[in-house]
Design a binder for this molecule. Structure first.
Ligand SMILES: CC(C)(COP(=O)(O)OP(=O)(O)OC[C@H]1O[C@@H](n2cnc3c(N)ncnc32)[C@H](O)[C@@H]1OP(=O)(O)O)[C@@H](O)C(=O)NCCC(=O)NCCS
Length: 265
């Protein structure tokens, strides 16, 4: 039993040993938060059964609605991994549910344990899940070389971010924009705003000292921890944590201008 956020560093190893899931944890702080990443391309039938068995009926019904088998697999993998991670974190039976369309999903527990904040992401071929006991968390995973993200950069990037991208060549271009996209999505998932908030106004500091003045969420100040790393061979993963017990509007005003810490490849 891990209790309120304890033993988080062992969860990935236990899921590998217990279910054979190809999962690892790129970001973890014991007692505070854990992020797990799993590539889904090579998940076998036995592992899929374990993930499917962890779903509630409602989630199984939603899974059945996906037209493409790969999308169904990734949905089952994300929500199954969330349920199994919660169980390994000592929370018992848990289910992620949206309180309303477009709202940040909440983790519902059968037990009376305090529910951590939670976030998940599924894209073609990979999933990420996150639990956080000290603040709010968001995760986002995307393929590294998504050309549509590069083409649509003006829709989510500030002018300085576009200029920084225009100075790059080769694969550094999609890397730059995918990194920004996943970081911004992670921030917007942590706050729960999602894409109802304009991502161009959120400018994570990539260490280039972007000069632009930013609106509320991106202004300087403590409270945010942002991390990014390549994940598996083909994906990129970002995490955003808004720390502290204050998770209301005052917390948001503290800003997201935290330097982005990169983890090793
Ligand atoms: C969440 C969002 C930012 C990104 O989604 P995406 O990159 O396409 O997909 P991802 O797999 O990375 O993330 C999807 C997951 O984010 C979570 N999510 C959805 N809305 C969220 C929100 N407001 N805040 C935090 N997380 C959210 C869900 O768990 C969802 O997966 P699920 O539907 O299987 O439970 C985007 O869908 C969004 O902004 N949604 C909320 C606003 C919205 O839906 N507006 C339109 C109708 S009101």
């Amino acid at each position: 039993m891990s209790g309120a956020g304890r033993g988080l560093g062992r969860i990935a190893a236990r899921l590998r040993a217990g279910h054979g899931l190809p999962v690892y944890s790129p970001f973890c702080r014991d007692g505070a938060f854990v992020v797990l990443f799993m590539a889904t391309g090579r998940i076998g039938p036995g592992q899929m059964r374990a993930l499917l068995a962890a779903l509630h009926d409602e989630q199984r019904a939603r899974a059945a609605q996906f037209q493409r088998p790969a999308d169904r697999r990734d949905y089952v993998a994300a929500h199954g991994l969330m349920a199994l991670t919660a169980r390994r974190a000592g929370l018992g039976e848990a289910r992620l549910r949206q309180p309303a369309p477009g709202a940040k999903p909440r983790l519902h527990l059968r037990s009376t344990a305090p529910a951590p904040d939670a976030s998940l992401s599924h894209c073609r071929g990979a999933v990420a899940v996150a639990l956080c006991w000290q603040g709010r968390i968001g995760v986002d995973v995307e393929p590294c070389l998504r050309e549509d993200i590069v083409r649509g950069a003006a829709l989510f990037c500030a002018p300085a971010e576009l200029r920084a991208g225009s100075r790059l060549i080769g694969q550094a271009v999609p890397r730059h924009f995918v990194r920004l996209w996943t970081l911004k999505e992670a921030i917007l998932k942590a706050t729960g705003a999602g894409l109802s908030q304009d991502p161009r106004g959120i400018i994570p500091d990539l260490g280039h000292g972007l000069p632009e003045a930013e609106p509320a969420l991106a202004r300087g100040g403590p409270g945010w921890e942002l991390r990014h790393c390549p994940a598996g061979a083909d994906h990129a993963l970002s995490m955003a944590v808004l720390r502290g017990p204050e998770t209301g509007a005052a917390g948001l005003r503290q800003g997201a201008r935290a330097a982005v810490a990169a983890c090793g490849a």
